[in-house]
Design a protein around this ligand. Structure first.
Ligand code: BTN
Length: 136
């Protein structure tokens, strides 16, 4: 019986890891608000860590990316299918004094996230969901 349980646990663990998705880096993502995100490895390489750029095209927010407004930096970390990334909304040209943190998970070419937007002028914090699809 003991050997059966151990065998089952090994099999279950192997199955979970076989189906766990990891974040592909480099990769390019588009969310349902039209925002774009490009992700790159960090230099020097660090397991799970990534960097990137974010172009906000979501309506209803102060910041709108355009050819005259450079992208905003992304910093993040991925562990198995779980992903967390942050954008500080200051690119040196437009500073919104705000920060968004996304938490989510990757499943194939889809990343479902919850986000929180905080800042001194954002009380209470704004919360929402974003679904990113890997491009192309
Ligand atoms: C701000 O207006 O303070 C900064 C821009 C915030 C844009 C938010 S972040 C969450 C949501 N998803 C997007 O792609 N854009 C908005």
């Amino acid at each position: 019986m003991f050997r059966f349980i151990v065998g089952f646990l090994v099999f279950a663990g192997a199955s979970v890891s076989a189906f766990a998705q990891s974040l592909p880096i480099p990769s390019y993502w588009l969310n349902q608000r039209g925002s774009e995100m490009k992700l790159y490895p960090v230099n020097p390489p660090s397991p799970g860590s990534f960097t990137g750029v974010y172009l906000n095209h979501a309506a209803g927010f102060k910041i709108q990316s355009s050819p005259t407004n450079p992208p905003y930096s992304v910093t993040g970390h991925a562990s198995s299918a779980n992903v967390t990334f942050t954008v500080v909304w200051n690119n040196g040209v437009q500073n919104c004094n705000s920060t968004t943190v996304w938490h989510g998970h990757v499943n194939g070419r889809t990343m479902k996230t919850h986000w929180v937007l905080t800042g001194p002028g954002i009380v209470p914090p704004l919360r929402g969901t974003d679904i990113f699809q890997q491009q192309p």
